[in-house]
Design a binder for this molecule. Sequence first.
Ligand code: FES
Ligand SMILES: [Fe+2]
Length: 344
Amino acid sequence: MFLKQSWYAAWWADDLPADGLSPRTIADEPILFWRDDQGMPQAILDRCPHRYAPLSMGQRVPGGVRCGYHGIAFDGAGRCLQNPHGPIVSALSVRAFPVVEKYKILWIWMGDADRADPAAIPDLAFADRAPDTAYSRGFLPTAAGHQLIEDNILDLTHADYLHATTLGGGSVTRARPNIREHEDGTVFIEWPASNEVALPFFRAEMPDPDMLTDMWTSVLWHPCGVMTLRFGATPAGRPREEGIDTWSAHIVTPETARSSHYFYFNTREFRVDDAEYNALFAAGLRHAFTTEDKPMIEAQQRRLGDADLFDRSPVLLASDAASTRARRVYARLLAAEQDAATAS
Ligand code: FES
Ligand SMILES: [Fe+2]
């Protein structure tokens, strides 16, 4: 159902508290997260091997967590620390998952632990480069499968209709997109626009809000649900450096087949020290994503019920080219993983 040999964004790193137990389902697996006594994040299956009680209903103990039901304790590597009822045998262990903090995000590896290479996490270094006054973010638990959310980003013509007064204006629908599929499984789409009035959001940043501009809008999709977006505008015919530029990421981690953990963050390359503008910018995006995208995608999922979109034979438009490509890559990678699992 989901790619397993993959890093997934699980938490904003500073949302995982220093104490307590924090359960979250990732790719259909119940996971228990916590920070150990040194502050290092830990992740084990949230299911006691004794009677399958959720370990998240237990308590923190020095070096690990104690099951709340009959008191067996485990460490962050999933090894039994203590068994009040008898000897510690090897079956008394829990699966542990590699976790790393990178780009302000806590990532979990859901595949074979010996294949967990943090270098495989998509490059989001712009998150670390941006000062706090040019960075904002959000987290949207969304009652929809990850692919519907990814389709939404891979077809930004929706901005012209769903976000007509903020991020729209028609230029994306009028653009002729370029789409490329890369050998590493990523899919890239850009919608170049020239001689267009800037997006409503950008208009006030132009020397004259009604002037014609050239705009760039692009998405790079990674199979693990990470999408990096770039939006910018410059006065028509002028180099990009004279305009305004933004980098964002939308990161969709499957929770279940019909629900997702949706993280997004935005960084700006203009007015980077302007905290007040940053707050306005963040509020505008939050409004679009929470009151426009999320309700539409969740309603779409409700109409689909348990069916996959492609089981319903949807009408495909030219603007679906990138999302269809991404779904095809995903299906190919999933089949390859399943073949490898069967072979081994
Ligand atoms: S269910 Fe965990 S110790 Fe019994
Ligand atoms: Fe949107």
